[in-house]
Design a protein around this ligand. Structure first.
Ligand SMILES: Cc1cc2nc3c(=O)[nH]c(=O)nc-3n(C[C@H](O)[C@H](O)[C@H](O)COP(=O)(O)OP(=O)(O)OC[C@H]3O[C@@H](n4cnc5c(N)ncnc54)[C@H](O)[C@@H]3O)c2cc1C
Length: 173
């Protein structure tokens, strides 16, 4: 089978054009004049779990009890969680919410215009967690929005490109 070989250079290579890939592309472009290339096996913005799994956003705000959140998350995952990593993610969650808002994402808001935070009891471990509902609910539009922003910010996307193997400089040179 013949392949058309193409050599493309980039400063930052991101594999997967889902919500994480789009965030990474936006953040990388914020660093200055760097080439950012996102490779997506399907069509970026319409693929992946985020295109139907962007429903509820869990968050722990500074006024919440972080130990309780780590404990609840640990119970919920049958102790399979790396607790240090979970703590880092939980501590970073208010910043992530700010990033999402700055990038044009949004959540359900109350009559006062503030994000409608709900304290939900989880069905697995029965602990309380703070969460908001993405607006619009459960839609590919969020991923699509962040991909469009990454493109507008100058990141390049290449669809229908499945990464099967990565060559490092040492291996190829
Ligand atoms: C049914 C369901 C409901 C969910 N509900 C929620 C929720 O309410 N709240 C919440 O926070 N999370 C929820 N999640 C989890 C959430 O959707 C994921 O954590 C999130 O989408 C992960 O984002 P991602 O960008 O890492 O992955 P994805 O959105 O899956 O994106 C990964 C992308 O990489 C591409 N890709 C993969 N391998 C390659 C390769 N080798 N080469 C090229 N491209 C590749 C894929 O095609 C895809 O587009 C839910 C998940 C599911 C399945």
């Amino acid at each position: 089978m013949a392949y058309n070989e193409q050599i493309i250079s980039t400063d930052v290579l991101i594999i997967g054009g889902g919500i994480a890939g789009a965030f990474a592309a936006i953040k990388a472009r914020e660093q200055g004049d760097v080439d950012v290339l996102v490779l997506e096996q399907g069509v970026a913005g319409f693929q992946g779990r985020a295109s139907y799994g962007t429903n509820i956003m869990r968050c722990v705000l500074p006024e919440d009890d972080i130990d309780y959140a780590v404990w609840g998350s640990t119970l919920q995952t049958d102790f399979m969680l790396d607790q240090e990593y979970a703590r880092d993610c939980i501590e970073e969650s208010p910043k992530i919410i700010n990033d999402i808002l700055e990038m044009g994402g949004d959540f359900d808001r109350g009559w006062d215009g503030k994000i409608k935070w709900m304290k939900m009891v989880t069905d697995v471990a029965g602990f309380y967690q703070r969460q908001a509902i993405w607006s619009p609910f459960g839609s590919y539009k969020h991923v699509n929005h962040f991909v469009a922003k990454a493109k507008a910010d100058g990141a390049k996307f290449r669809d229908r490109t499945l990464v099967t193997e990565l060559l490092t400089d040492e291996e190829s040179g």
